[in-house]
Design a protein around this ligand. Structure first.
Ligand SMILES: Nc1ncnc2c1ncn2[C@@H]1O[C@H](COP(=O)(O)OP(=O)(O)OP(=O)(O)O)[C@@H](O)[C@H]1O
Ligand SMILES: [Mg+2]
Length: 146
């Protein structure tokens, strides 16, 4: 029913919960051919960090460090699906998280996007900013995991 699922992950507690939910969908017979695990390295945070530490680090080292850490974490997550009969793709992109998620969803032709509700419990009645924008603007169904 949802052949290709895009799972954007910010590595918060909700990330683990989203992956558990994908497994539950597989276990109850949902036909999933491919999942795409995506982390967006926030361009604004990179620029801020570069500015703060401009005398001690060079531009590339911030982006590269973020990319490397994210790739490693995504590989660990990918391993959780070794026994599931589906293709797993990992992607790390640099950009603004909400717009990059929407762009990747179109690029990979995702049929569903699964997002965590929020990173933390503060003001938990509110949606996080990424969740709010993606669920308002996405052209495909969005599932929020609480
Ligand atoms: N940088 C990112 N890369 C990939 N997915 C992300 C990223 N940031 C957020 N997400 C996705 O959006 C979900 C909710 O995050 P969101 O940013 O909306 O909440 P928050 O961090 O609590 O709020 P805010 O960032 O507004 O303080 C995450 O669980 C994840 O699925
Ligand atoms: Mg966030």
């Amino acid at each position: 029913m949802f052949p290709k699922i895009l799972v954007p992950l910010d590595f918060s507690n909700y990330s683990g919960r989203c992956l558990e939910y994908v497994k539950e969908l597989i276990d109850c017979g949902c036909k999933i051919l491919e999942i795409v695990l995506l982390h967006v390295v926030d361009d604004r945070i990179v620029k801020f960090t570069e500015e703060m530490f401009k005398d001690t680090i060079d531009d590339r080292s911030v982006v590269e460090a973020c990319r490397q850490t994210a790739s490693q974490k995504l590989s660990e997550m990918e391993n959780k699906f070794v026994n599931a009969n589906l293709k797993v793709r990992t992607m790390v992109r640099l950009g603004i998280p909400f717009s990059t998620i929407l762009k990747v969803a179109e690029e990979v032709q995702a049929s569903l996007i699964i997002l965590g509700h929020r990173r933390h419990n503060l003001a938990s009645e509110l949606l996080g900013s990424v969740t709010e924008k993606v669920s308002r603007k996405a052209k495909v169904p969005v599932l929020l995991i609480r």
